[in-house]
Design a protein around this ligand. Structure first.
Ligand code: NAD
Ligand code: MG
Length: 393
């Protein structure tokens, strides 16, 4: 692939990896609302060719990638009258990540599939707006090390981490005592196993405060999402596991908090809307004016806080174990969870079975204390195969 495109304008040229997803489409709304600040130069999708085509026709990017190679011709033909380059397949995602035609990658692919393109972008010195938390869960040490060596900023998009990032602006070297990640508790807050055993896909996908992709919605319902976020926070903010706490805050108004070593706590607040952390990450260090609805303190409202129920939502306990043990355990946990969620979304296993799959897989896989990148790839593959064998996928 050639690297010929030269940026003549002051727009920041964004590559959206995963443009057809929940984060990707909201990012395109932000870009459309701020055409002087941003352009979309790379769009990628796994299988939704129709949406990718319509996005390409609207935003006129330099390149699009469709993951599913069977859909290459459809996309190519639909864009034949444009000068948009079309590529297909997993390898193309990694190659496109290395192109010069963009300034910042929005990593918005879901799951482990986001790791390799993001690593490639970092190795090429591209700043990352990171939505894909699994990248840090799987290989956080290697990703952050490479980002440090290449002096590449990783700006979080995940709302909790964006909140912490925002609280840390201006704090320089001030010491963090702990961070407090808030969790809505998901659609089954307060429920017990006798209820959860019968939960089905559609119910689990109904999140009370956020509208998100299917995988993260299920992770929010099992609280695995919060466990993945604890691991994500460890790497992003260079914390010890003991410095990371989770509190249930069902209203999702405080997006997370930082407590400094003088005991002072900073919180970042606002109505739940992912466009806010997305636009913050894309425009950082600038803030962009918008007309999104504002939180109104004058209306009667109550903000509540409670402890998470890790006895019922055991996925969170398993993720905390992986956070503390480190090594390849978070990678194995993530792989098993991706298989379990995939099976649950297809009604192949029940809600509580997801935890069984994850638990049995992390017990079975060999522990590697200091994995190389290759070790992570292998651990991911082996954990997936084992988890799939448990549910006869
Ligand atoms: P989604 O399922 O809505 O979209 C996923 C995107 O990734 C789609 O564009 C899809 O085509 C692409 N994709 C899926 N599988 C792929 C594969 N194997 N190879 C290449 N591309 C693939 O997901 P989402 O909710 O937008 O979440 C994206 C990421 O952002 C996740 O890691 C999630 O945890 C994180 N995140 C999402 C939200 C949210 O509100 N949706 C909030 C915080 C963090
Ligand atoms: Mg989050």
């Amino acid at each position: 692939m050639e690297n010929t495109h030269i940026n003549m304008s002051s727009q920041k040229r964004i590559a959206i990896f995963g443009s057809t997803g929940s984060i990707g489409t909201q990012a395109l709304e932000v870009i459309a609302a701020n055409p002087t600040l941003f352009s979309a130069e790379v769009l990628t999708a796994q299988s939704n060719d129709a949406l990718l085509i319509s996005q390409a026709l609207q935003f006129n990017p330099n390149v699009v990638v469709i993951g599913d190679e069977k859909k290459y011709l459809t996309v190519k033909e639909a864009l034949a009258k444009t000068d948009i380059k079309v590529f297909a397949g997993e390898q193309a995602l990694v190659e496109v990540a290395a192109l010069d035609c963009y300034d910042m990658m929005l990593a918005a692919i879901v799951g482990y599939a986001g790791l390799k393109p993001t690593l490639k972008a970092i190795s090429c010195g591209k700043p990352i707006a990171l939505a894909n938390k699994e990248t840090l869960v799987v290989a956080g040490d290697i990703v952050m090390q490479m980002a440090m060596e290449k002096r590449v900023p990783i700006i979080p998009v995940d709302s909790e981490h964006s909140a912490i990032f925002q609280c840390l602006v201006g704090e320089g070297r001030n010491k963090i005592e702990r961070i407090i990640l808030t969790a809505s508790g998901g659609p089954f807050l307060g429920k017990k196993p006798n209820f959860l055993v019968n939960v089905k896909r559609d119910h689990a996908l109904q999140h009370p405060n956020w509208s998100m992709g299917a995988k993260i919605s299920v992770d929010s319902a099992t609280l695995m999402n919060k466990g993945l976020e604890m691991i994500e926070a460890k790497w992003l903010f260079n914390l010890q596991p003991s410095q990371i706490e989770v509190v249930i805050h069902p209203q999702s108004i405080i997006h997370s908090m930082v407590q400094f070593d003088d005991g002072s706590i900073k919180a970042q607040m606002g109505l739940p809307d992912m466009k806010l952390p997305i636009q913050y990450a894309l425009a950082f260090p600038q803030r962009i004016e918008n007309d999104f609805p504002r939180y109104d303190f004058r209306k009667p409202n109550t903000l509540t806080f409670d402890e998470p129920d890790t006895k019922t939502f055991r996925n969170l306990a398993l993720a905390i174990e992986a956070l503390h043990k480190g090594g390849n355990l978070p990678c194995v946990l993530n792989a098993a969870n991706e298989i379990a969620v995939y099976a649950f979304l297809r009604n192949r296993i029940g809600f509580l079975d997801m935890t069984e799959v994850v638990e049995q897989t992390i017990q079975k896989m060999p522990f590697i204390e200091k994995p190389t990148l290759e070790d992570y790839f292998e651990s991911d593959g082996e954990a997936r195969s084992f988890a799939a064998s448990l549910i006869h996928l």
